[in-house]
Design a binder for this molecule. Structure first.
Ligand code: DSN
Length: 427
């Protein structure tokens, strides 16, 4: 039976691959790696161990691993304009846990955004923060501009005096006004930490925000959202004390990692090299596409948030679809039409399982070459399902037709190769 099990598993992976060739993926936290980066995942690095830092490993056999990791660190420091980069966290949440381990003790209070405001699940009471024994106090929020309230936040920080002020969102439409809060951070003496997972690729491309110029001390992130790398993590720092760097690196290893998925680290290194060259154009187009998508959805009667602010300054747009059924229902109908997005909490929601929003990201279809005019076509397909209630099976045929014109990865060294090169497993 074990071969049957293996066949079953392989067939389902292949079926998924085939399905996604026919889909328009718009989950704001996903992306496509370049074929060159993807090749790293099947290299011998995938079978090896490394612990510690380059040149100071516990294992032998890391001669080339050290060279790759050293280059990745150099590239990350250059691209993100900072003096510390650690490419060992194996995911965004692991990166968050490392920052927590380094800078917060059980019983400490950290200020954060709330889940309904778009915060990541790891910052919640039931996520990594709560499980570390850290209490989260949430910033006051302006629903109309989907951002923290500056005056209220300054007041809160002075009252709470957190050791760490944390920022970052999974519905990351606008940059947080950190520069405006810099004096307060200094007065309170808190460490400023931003989870930039959703916008890392935009930051790499000079869009959205320059965290270290805005007074951020530590950035944690995954590396597979707008930054189109592998499922992996990264921690960046600037102007930290020697003691803080020591704490952070000790938290990463042996705190929350042992070996650090060397194949993914190599894929990250390749993606850093690609973003160094193509990041500016990619990020600019992803942002333009998101604004075009917001406008096109809005014109078709879907209440996209923040119309007065141009809908978004990132890759993501959020819409309140209450009048068409809840987010869950609309997301399922869209899935039936091969448009993949997710239901999402909006600030007024109390239920995370039955929220009223939908979240869309432009980053993956931008990577496949879509521009503003195609965003208009995509919005039309979405509206046919959500607003006009056309049969998703009928819309699906048009989704497939559109998608088949966009199957080639752009903004990378081997542009021109099919996005699906490494997905075509031999039957
Ligand atoms: N859950 C992911 C998202 O979709 O935003 C982040 O980890």
């Amino acid at each position: 039976m074990s071969l049957e099990d293996a066949k079953y598993i392989r067939e389902n992976v292949m079926a998924h691959n085939k399905w996604f060739e026919d889909c328009i993926p718009m989950i704001a936290s996903e992306n496509l790696m370049s074929p060159l980066a993807k090749e790293m995942l099947i290299s011998d690095f995938a079978d090896r161990y490394a612990e510690g830092l380059p040149g100071k490993r516990y294992y032998q056999g890391n001669i080339y691993v050290d060279k790759v990791e050293t280059r990745a660190v150099e590239l990350a420091k250059k691209i993100f304009n900072c003096d510390l980069a650690d490419v060992r966290p194996i995911s965004g949440t692991v990166a968050n846990m490392a920052v927590l381990f380094a800078f917060a003790q059980p019983g400490d209070t950290i200020t954060t955004c709330a889940l309904a405001q778009g915060a990541h699940i790891s910052t919640c009471e039931f996520g990594a923060f709560g499980q570390r024994g850290v209490k989260s106090v949430n910033y006051p929020w302006n629903e109309s501009d989907m951002n923290i309230d500056v005056d209220g936040t300054a007041k809160l920080l002075k009252q709470v005096k957190p050791k760490v002020a944390q920022f970052g969102l999974s519905v990351f439409l606008f940059p947080p006004p950190l520069k405006e809060l810099e004096d307060t951070f200094n007065e309170v003496g808190c460490l400023v930490w931003e989870d930039c997972a959703h916008v890392l690729g935009l930051i790499a491309g000079g869009q959205f925000q320059k965290p270290f110029e805005d007074g951020v001390n530590v950035v944690s992130s995954s590396t597979h959202k707008t930054f189109p790398g592998p499922n992996h993590g990264i921690v960046l720092g600037n102007k930290l004390t020697e003691e803080q760097v020591k704490e952070l690196q000790h938290a990463i290893f042996p705190g929350v990692t042992s070996s650090h998925h060397l194949h993914a680290m190599a894929a990250l290194a390749i993606t850093l090299a690609e973003m160094d060259v193509f990041g500016k154009d990619y990020a600019a187009q992803a942002c333009k596409n998101a604004r075009a998508l917001g406008q096109a959805l809005y014109e078709r009667g879907i209440p996209v948030l923040c119309p007065d602010l141009g809908f978004t300054r990132s890759h993501a747009v959020a819409a309140d679809v209450t009048k068409f059924g809840k987010g869950k229902e609309c997301a399922k109908l869209l899935e039936d039409a091969n448009i993949i997005c997710n239901k999402n909490m909006l600030p007024h929601d109390t239920s995370s399982v039955n929220p009223s929003g939908l979240r869309f990201g432009s980053q993956e279809m931008t990577r496949l070459g879509m521009k503003e005019s195609e965003m208009d076509e995509v919005a039309d397909l979405i509206a046919r399902v959500v607003v006009k209630r056309e049969d998703p099976a009928k819309v699906k045929e048009d989704v497939k037709e559109l998608k088949h014109h966009f199957d080639t990865i752009q903004f990378c060294f081997n542009a021109g190769e099919s996005a699906y090169k490494y997905r075509k497993l031999v039957p």
